[in-house]
Design a protein around this ligand. Structure first.
Ligand code: SF4
Ligand code: F3S
Length: 106
């Protein structure tokens, strides 16, 4: 499966959503996740993300490993998002911030 990691938090550009052939993305207040039960590992979403937040599970950086179970957990409760929309209002200010994990809203 593919995994959305911390760079997405407080940006949520949603460019990734439009290209997913199986509608695997789920939306929270300031973050998206991929449902591992739906993702077919096509990798189409990876180059779409302006902040490079999406990784194959085996390539998730060491300091982002908790995002793999977090995607699976939140995919159970968040609703599908299938169309790209505007990113969060201050997305560009947060795009280069590292260590946004504590900013995640459920
Ligand atoms: Fe969807 Fe493909 Fe990305 Fe998986 S890898 S979330 S199937 S676009
Ligand atoms: Fe997030 Fe990147 Fe998609 S910022 S919403 S993973 S395009």
């Amino acid at each position: 499966t593919f995994v959305v990691t911390g760079a997405c938090i407080r940006c949520k550009y949603t460019d990734c959503v439009d290209v997913c052939p199986v509608d695997a993305f789920r939306e929270g207040p300031n973050f998206l996740v991929i449902d591992p039960d739906d993702c077919i590992d096509c990798a189409l979403c990876v180059p779409e993300c302006p902040v490079s937040a999406i990784f194959a599970e085996e390539d998730v950086p060491g300091d982002q490993q908790d995002f793999t179970p977090l995607n699976a957990e939140l995919a159970q409760v968040w609703k599908p998002i299938t169309r790209t929309k505007a990113g969060l209002p201050d997305a560009d200010e947060w795009a280069q911030v590292v260590g946004k994990r504590a900013e995640l809203q459920r």
